[in-house]
Design a protein around this ligand. Structure first.
Ligand code: RBF
Ligand code: MG
Length: 198
């Protein structure tokens, strides 16, 4: 979509309802993020997402960090739910089954806070039925981290979600969102909230 976009959004000082901080397990999405858009996203559990009560769909920004999930029962459960997920494969557009590594390969990236952009809504370009939240962390991780723990703090809103004429147009807008988030987070007051996401 060709239109003018500001590089910095929101007030100089973080203002209500922000900051909003939530923790979630990283769950599998539709598998399009890295495969099609060159923009991997960590999908948020429904319960964690609902906690945020984000009425307004669109793109938000803030800080996020990923931690190894050391919860033993989560790891045991993963084995027993695999069968259920396999059965769901018959339906259309179900969430893919993905191998969870629980963040075991994070190495020195564990617990490091990076800037993030978060997409909230129905992804009109793909026409999802369910309102979801997914986070793209602006950092190149060496491995996926399904089943890991993500902690994130939302500090502001960038734009509504749009439909696009092409995948390339969507990708271009996401690249712009990333630039906007990075610039907007440079402000002193926004830096102060980095520690909330750790
Ligand atoms: N999908 C849309 O259909 N419209 C959007 O405006 C849109 N904006 C996004 C912005 C960001 C920063 C991110 C990470 C994703 C966005 N998406 C959008 C979602 C995208 O379609 C989704 O990540 C992939 O389909 C994987 O589920
Ligand atoms: Mg995803």
């Amino acid at each position: 979509m060709t239109r003018e976009r500001p590089l910095i959004v929101g007030p100089e000082q973080v203002a209500a309802p922000y900051p909003m901080t939530v923790e979630s397990k990283v769950v599998a999405g539709y598998g399009r993020g890295s495969a099609e858009l060159n923009c991997p996203t960590a999908n948020i559990e429904q319960a964690a997402f609902d906690q945020l009560q984000l009425e307004t769909t669109g793109v938000y920004y803030g800080w996020a960090s990923v931690h190894v999930n050391r919860n033993v029962s989560d790891r045991k459960e993963a084995v027993s739910t695999k069968a259920d997920e396999d059965q769901e494969q018959d339906q259309v557009k179900v969430r893919r089954h993905t191998q969870q590594n629980f963040g075991d390969e994070l190495g020195s990236d564990e617990g490091v806070v990076f800037p993030m952009v978060m997409s909230v809504g129905y992804n009109p370009f793909y026409g999802n039925k369910k309102k979801t939240g997914e986070i793209h962390i602006i950092h190149k991780y060496s491995s996926p981290f399904y089943g890991a723990h993500i902690k994130f703090t939302i500090l502001g809103y960038i734009r509504p979600e749009y439909d696009y004429v092409s995948k390339e147009a969507l990708m271009e807008d996401i690249q712009m969102d990333i630039r906007v988030a990075l610039q907007s987070l440079e402000r002193q007051d926004y830096q102060k909230f980095k520690k909330l996401a750790q």
